[in-house]
Design a protein around this ligand. Structure first.
Ligand code: PRP
Length: 207
């Protein structure tokens, strides 16, 4: 049995459809269902639908053998998992953004609002810039608008959220896409099964 953790939402549905195409479908799978576990005894696969930011936790702790998780979450949380494959979907960019008329006052620490505290700390440490991190859980764009932060470190996909809030990108930190990750113990003991899955998935995403 391979246990797979998928992020609830569009990315997870897309990942499931790829997995289903390569023979890891579940007979009882229903889209948009509230059910959290789907099992296919015959196919030897089960799926857990979890909050996107929790996928790596399920995989790291071995509740799931593999999972689909964004590079943003991997970079910020440094989970102790193996990254097996770039799925080339869920693409976006980790960016620094601020108001259109922002200028950097280097005489004081920069106030950075973000969900990605470790990413922000690492980025600004690399620049040698002192920062004060303001941890938020969503609607990060509000912080500079209300004067609560100078900049934000956040994900930009289409750029619409920034544009509609009169903000703009000042720096790109790294590109993001969804990755297939594996639990380290599972990787050892279910090596053949997991490599076969990663291999088929790689062919499917690169075809
Ligand atoms: C993410 C991100 C931005 C937005 C970027 O937020 O934090 O707010 O998407 O997308 P865009 O460039 O296509 O506009 P999400 O939708 O995850 O909600 P959140 O505000 O709760 O983080």
């Amino acid at each position: 049995m391979i246990n797979i953790a998928l992020p609830k939402g569009r990315l997870g549905e897309k990942a499931y459809s790829l997995l289903s195409n390569i023979g890891y479908g579940c007979d009882d799978y229903e889209e948009n269902s509230r059910k959290l576990i789907f099992r296919d005894e015959k196919g030897g696969v089960s799926y857990f639908w979890v909050k996107p930011s929790d996928v790596a936790v399920y995989v790291e702790r071995g509740a799931a053998d593999v999972g689909v998780v964004g590079k943003d979450i991997i970079e910020d949380g440094s989970p102790d998992v193996y990254e097996l494959l770039d799925l080339h979907m869920g693409k976006c960019t980790m960016c620094v953004a601020a108001k259109n008329d922002w200028y950097d006052d280097t005489s004081r620490p920069l106030r950075v609002a973000t969900k990605f505290v470790n990413v922000a700390k690492k980025y600004y440490a690399g620049l040698g810039r002192d920062i004060e991190v303001i941890k938020l859980n969503g609607s990060i764009e509000l912080a500079p608008i209300l004067g609560m932060s100078d900049v934000i470190v956040d994900i930009v996909e289409t750029g619409t959220t920034l544009k509609e809030n009169n903000l703009k990108v000042y720096a790109q930190i790294f590109p993001i896409s969804a990755r297939l990750v594996a639990n380290k113990v599972s990787y050892k003991f279910k090596n053949g099964e997991l490599l076969a899955l990663a291999d088929k998935l790689s062919n499917e995403v690169n075809k």
